[in-house]
Structure formats: structure tokens, C-alpha cells
Design a protein around this ligand. Structure first.
Ligand code: WT7
Length: 659
């Protein structure tokens, strides 16, 4: 069945029409070495590659692209643009405070990154060393990433919303001897202490971390608009300098802006980014230099139809892959002007995004469905009050976009003229995989549509057979490698193989379900594994349950998702307590505080349901399907429970369900 399609007038600057896409796509699949060999030329290489793809979805599962080429990612994002663009804006930084912004030119970026890179070198940071970046959305976050790339250090950005314990576990996993942080993060007019969390994390990592670099945000650029903050006594939060501690401004002051970029092999690691899996602790997704950067730059240019001089705004946090690929590496490799926003969508008012679009004349705007839905509930008057005529292309990422949100975005933000690029991809894929190329084909709300060049999606049935008939749901997997693909799980290649290649041998399995219509358009139906997507944040149920179960009063938990109007999915937690413990509101609060400390505020349960027991099969397995149905309030969908070991508990759970 095909839906009504929406056509957008306009033409793409690279892809002439649908036929052109089809021709290029076919080439990319039939002769990937020729195709990607040519695309790879968009970067500057110190020494050229002579091979292109060397990737195996079997046996050793080694993925290599451009493996004998050498380059530097930072050089590609800055230096090579200087002859033409030294005075063009590279980063437009908008502070949380509406009155505070900066335009950072490519020359200024070169200087800041060079000084930072030399500073890192002076502390002993070397090629291959891991550096944790735990920063708010300030320009220094970009400087830090690029400075690492410049000297060949491997950065691992940890989202500022993660707790001290989450931070510590990441420091340990990648054995990071260096941490870059800030005293505070400022969001929505409030200050959130970051350095405090680092201090806590250091309690269990002091044998690993050698140096901590702290950016004092009250330094020479005061980007904090909130009065009252002056009365804060910082000395309470930030302990006096020890041997380990150094202030960013002290570190960079006397440094030269010129720092020779390290010569990196295409397959040298660029960064590690932790993401949740369906089992165990978060895994370190490793991306390397050449293939990742080629893919980031090329997808950014093609899928957003990015044209020189345009202002591109991706609202993601730098702590997520979207912030890496489409806020930093993709745009800067293309010599773009990329906007970094420190704050939140609703401060000082729910018009903030649109006010920023108007003020800076944003041309391409890329955000998440959860943000659209929450602004939608505030009313369109916040959008219609602003001049959004500079907008040309809109993007969506992170979860399936529901038709209502798509239509609202289309009508009130895009004025019915801006294509909406619904981009399906993952931390693991490095860049976009399935998305409409703007203007090149007509769109259907809620469908990510067709694959990008080189991407060969298949839908597999339970037996692992490829589904070819239209309108059948299957597991979304990929047949061939693409340059942006992750290379391994840091320190655990077996986990890489087990997670992505074991379910369907010979394929990369995404963990998502999808359905394809007669036109070949793909609609993503959501995760088919135990991964939740709460407001576009990815969380493993096992990881959450493990964290809850560590609480001394908790015997066992089961975490499921349920449909949530704004967040996409809400977090429903069933908890059983040890004998002698009694459920109470007090204990509820305690458990909420507990999980926020273990993981971070993003793991705050929406509903917490105490139950004397969980429904189980006779073999003792928790029946999650039933728990999901109860959480969704789909009582009729529960079906027959008579085969359970404890069928009576289902009735109790229904009666005590948290509405
Ligand atoms: C999971 C990956 C890709 C950067 C942000 C999330 C879901 C992502 C879409 C989309 C439907 C989407 C998938 C995917 N997802 N984009 N356009 N339509 N679902 O990265 O944290 O690695 O999460 O997000 O379920 O597997 P991530």
C-alpha cells in the first residue's frame, strides 16, 4: 500500500533527480570501491589510499576503509579551509542567556584548537591516549574534540547529564588518564555543577586519571545570564587545585596557536562513544578516522543539501553521536557554519528555538521528534510569532516521527515548503543510513524512505530469510559495510561480533524493526530488542534493572517502556522488595534519587510500581510481554495467563497499575 506523497519544490545541488539517485545508488552497490574511492577525494589526505573497502561481516569481522591512507580529521575540519574561509564563521555559539552569543571564525577556531592541542601535549597527552570530555555546550567542547583529533588522542565525550557513577564507569572502561570538564553547565537559567561529578568520579578512578582540565565558565567570557549566581561560593564545590588539577585558561595562555597535526592512519581511532545495549553495561562504540569523516561530510552535504554560506543548526548535545557527526565533524569538514546552542528549547520561553532561528537566520534545522512534540503542546503561537523565512530544510532524528508531529513541523515551522529529512541511523552507523534526499523524491510523513548510497538494507524474517514482499514487517539489517560503520566495541571485539552479527550471520543487525511499502519506502517501527528510546535517549532495560537491583531494599525489578505523548516512550518500573521492606512514597523517592545517581536524570522513572512478585513462566522467566501490556493499559491484549507459574499476580498488577 502506498500513501499520499508530499512533494517539495526545489532542486538539490548535487543530485539532479530521482533517476540520478538511482544511477548513483546502483553504482555504489555494484562497484563500492570505485564509488567510495571517488567520494573519499573530498577530504585532504597526507598520503593517498590505494585500497578502499576491506570489510567482513563474517570470520574476523574486521571493517577497514581507505586503510593505507593517512590524514588528520582536525586538519580537514579547519586548516584546509583557511585559504578561502579564514574570516568566515565556523561556529555560531548561542548561549543559554539570549543576549550572549559568539561567532567563531575558521581562523579563531584554528587558534583556539591549536592552543588547546599544544596544552594537551604539554601535559603529556599522546597519540592513542583516551581523553574524557565532560562538558556543557560551550565552544570549548568543540575545541576539545578537535584538539584531541589534532594530536591523535582518542576522545570520549560523556553527556553532561550522566551521573558521577556513569562517568566513572566510562573512565574505567577506556582507561582515560585525562578528563576535560567545566565548573558548571548553564541550562534554562540554572547552573548544574559538573566538576562536582568529576570529583565524585575521581574517588574511584584516582589511580587512572592523571590530569583534570577544568574550564571555569566565569573566566574571560561570562556566558551566564542569571543574576544571583554571583552570591555562589564556588570554593564549596571545587576543591583547591591538587597536582592533578589544571585550569583551562592557565593551560592554554602561553601556548602557540600552531600545532602540527598528527599524521593518522585512516583506521586509527578518532573517538569512542558509549551507548546502551540490550545487555550489560554501556559499550564503547569505536569510530576511526578516514571512513567516518568521509561518511560524516558526505551525508551532511547530500542529505541536508548543504550549500556554502548556509547556517546549519543541529540541536543535539555534543554527548551524542548526532552532536559528533552533524554538529562538529560533518559540517566543519564541509567548511560550514554550524550553530551550537548551550540551553534548552523552553527557556526563557517555548519560542526559544524559533527566536534563535530568526536571530541568526538559520537555514537548516535538525532536531528530535520529542522536542517537536513538546513544543507542539505549548501551541503554535510561539512559532508563528517569528520570522522563519530563512529556513530551507528541516531534519528529524532519534526516533520514529509520528504523523501529527511531522505535520505540525511541516506546517508551522517549514511553512509547507521545507523538506523534512527524517534520518534513520545509530551511534554505531556513524552517519545517516535511511533518509529522503531533499527535493529528489516525494515524502511520506513518518517514513524514512530510501537508503543512502552504499547502504543495502534488508528486512529479515524470524528464520533470517530476506523479506521481499511489500508491507511485511521484519528485522532491519544491512548486507554490506559503509565507511561510517563502527569498527569494534572498545576493548571487546567479541562483544561487537555477538551484538551485531550473531542474530543474522553475515548481516549487520540494527536491533530495529521496519516495514517496506510497494515503492520501497521504509518505515521504522522501533526497537525489537530490550532497548528503550526515552525522548530520543537510548537506554537498555538490563542496565536500568541492574542499577535498581543494587539498592539494598530492592529484590528485583523489571523495566519496560510504554507509549508517552511527548517522550515517545515512558519508563515504567516494576519493583519487588526484600522481605521485611514495605512500599512507601518515601521509598519511591529514594529509588528515584538512586537511579539518578547511578545513571543520571534521564533515567528518572515515569512510573514506579511496587509489586509483591513479578509474573513468571514455570521455568522462572519474567513475562515482560505481560508487563508491557499492563504498562500500556492494553488489558485485553494480555491474553491467556493460565500457563504462568503465578497467574494470580496479573490481576493484582492490573488493579494496582499506575495510571
Ligand atoms: C536508535 C539509535 C542516530 C542518532 C540518534 C540516536 C532510533 C534513530 C530514527 C528515525 C526511527 C530512529 C532507532 C535506532 N532512531 N533515528 N529517524 N526513525 N527511529 O542514536 O542513541 O544510537 O539510537 O534510535 O531505534 O536504532 P542512538
Amino acid at each position: 500500500m502506498s500513501d499520499d506523497k508530499i512533494h517539495f519544490n526545489g532542486s538539490h545541488h548535487l543530485i539532479h533527480d530521482f533517476k540520478h539517485y538511482q544511477t548513483l545508488y546502483q553504482q555504489s552497490i555494484d562497484t563500492p570501491d570505485a564509488f567510495w574511492g571517488e567520494v573519499g577525494q573530498r577530504l585532504d589526505w597526507f598520503s593517498p589510499y590505494t585500497t578502499v573497502a576491506n570489510a567482513h561481516f563474517k570470520d574476523n569481522h574486521e571493517i577497514k576503509w581507505y586503510e593505507d591512507g593517512t590524514l588528520n580529521a582536525c586538519y580537514n575540519c579547519i586548516d584546509r579551509h583557511l585559504p578561502d574561509k579564514a574570516n568566515d564563521t565556523a561556529i555560531t555559539w548561542q548561549g543559554d542567556n539570549p543576549d550572549t552569543y559568539q561567532r567563531i571564525t575558521y581562523q579563531a577556531l584554528y587558534n583556539a584548537v591549536g592552543k588547546f592541542a599544544n596544552g594537551l601535549k604539554s601535559l603529556g597527552v599522546k597519540k592513542g591516549d583516551r581523553v574524557i570530555i565532560y562538558l556543557p555546550m560551550i565552544p570549548e567542547a568543540a575545541y576539545a574534540m578537535l584538539a584531541c583529533a589534532r594530536i591523535g588522542a582518542v576522545h570520549s565525550v560523556v553527556f553532561g547529564g550522566f551521573s558521577a557513577e556513569s562517568l566513572a564507569s566510562r573512565i574505567k572502561d577506556c582507561q582515560a588518564a585525562y578528563v576535560i570538564t567545566a565548573d558548571f553547565s548553564t541550562r534554562g537559567g540554572k547552573r548544574i555543577p559538573l566538576k562536582n561529578n568529576v570529583n565524585k568520579a575521581l574517588e574511584s578512578t584516582s589511580d587512572i586519571v592523571k590530569r583534570v582540565i577544568t574550564i571555569y565558565t566565569d573566566g574571560d567570557n561570562d556566558n551566564n545570564g542569571n543574576s544571583g549566581s554571583n552570591s555562589h561560593d564556588y570554593s564549596e564545590d571545587i576543591p583547591a587545585n591538587t597536582e592533578r588539577e589544571i585550569a583551562y585558561h592557565t593551560l592554554i595562555n602561553a601556548q602557540s596557536p600552531d600545532c602540527e597535526p598528527a599524521v593518522m592512519n585512516a583506521e586509527d581511532p578518532l573517538f569512542i562513544l558509549y551507548t546502551s545495549g540490550s545487555t550489560g553495561t554501556p559499550k564503547g562504540v569505536l569510530h576511526t578516522t578516514g571512513g567516518y569523516l568521509v561518511y560524516a561530510a558526505y551525508t551532511h552535504e547530500v542529505l541536508f543539501d548543504y550549500r556554502p554560506g548556509e547556517l546549519f543548526w543541529c540541536t543535539a548535545d555534543v554527548g551524542w553521536i548526532t552532536g559528533h557527526t552533524y554538529m562538529i565533524y560533518g559540517p566543519l569538514a564541509n567548511g560550514a557554519n554550524t550553530l551550537l546552542y548551550e540551553g534548552i528549547p523552553t527557556y526563557p520561553t517555548p519560542a526559544r528555538f524559533w527566536q534563535i532561528c530568526e536571530q541568526h537566520r538559520v537555514n537548516i534545522f535538525y532536531t528530535a521528534p520529542t522536542a517537536i512534540r513538546s513544543l507542539m503542546t505549548e501551541g503554535e503561537q510561539y512559532a508563528t510569532g517569528h520570522n522563519l523565512s530563512s529556513l530551507r530544510i528541516l531534519g528529524s532524528v532519534g526516533e520514529p516521527i509520528n504523523v501529527e508531529a511531522w505535520q505540525w513541523y511541516h506546517q508551522h515551522i517549514g511553512n509547507k515548503t521545507c523538506p523534512i529529512v527524517d534520518t534513520w541511523w545509530q551511534t554505531e552507523t556513524g552517519g545517516h543510513m535511511i533518509a529522503p534526499i531533499p527535493y529528489v523524491w516525494d515524502q511520506v510523513p513518518g517514513k524514512a524512505t530510501l537508503p543512502f548510497f552504499g547502504v543495502k538494507p534488508v528486512l529479515l524474517d524470524e528464520k533470517g530469510q530476506e523479506i521481499t514482499a511489500p508491507d511485511h514487517e521484519g528485522s532491519l539489517a544491512f548486507k554490506h559495510s559503509w565507511p561510517g560503520q563502527m569498527r569494534t566495541v572498545y576493548g571487546d571485539h567479541q562483544r561487537f561480533i555477538d551484538t551485531y552479527f550473531q542474530t543474522f550471520p553475515g548481516y549487520y543487525f540494527s536491533g530495529d524493526g521496519a516495514i517496506r511499502d510497494a515503492d520501497g519506502y521504509i518505515r521504522i517501527t522501533g526497537r525489537v530488542d530490550d532497548i528503550l528510546n526515552i525522548s530520543g535517549h537510548r537506554m537498555g532495560t538490563a542496565e536500568l534493572e541492574d542499577a535498581f537491583n543494587l539498592h539494598p531494599k530492592v529484590a528485583e525489578t523489571a523495566v519496560v517502556g510504554y507509549p508517552h505523548d511527548i517522550k515517545g516512550q515512558g519508563l515504567y518500573v516494576y519493583a519487588t522488595l526484600f522481605k521485611g521492606e514495605t512500599p512507601s512514597d518515601e521509598l519511591k523517592k529514594e529509588l528515584v534519587a538512586w537511579i539518578r545517581e547511578k545513571i543520571g536524570p534521564i533515567a528518572t522513572p515515569d512510573k514506579l510500581h511496587f509489586t509483591p512478585e513479578l509474573p513468571r513462566t514455570r521455568s522462572g522467566k519474567i513475562m515482560r510481554r505481560i508487563l508491557r501490556k499492563i504498562a500500556e493499559n492494553d488489558i485485553d491484549g494480555i491474553g491467556d495467563v493460565s500457563t504462568l507459574a503465578n497467574p494470580a499476580i496479573v490481576e493484582t498488577l492490573i488493579k494496582t497499575r499506575i495510571a
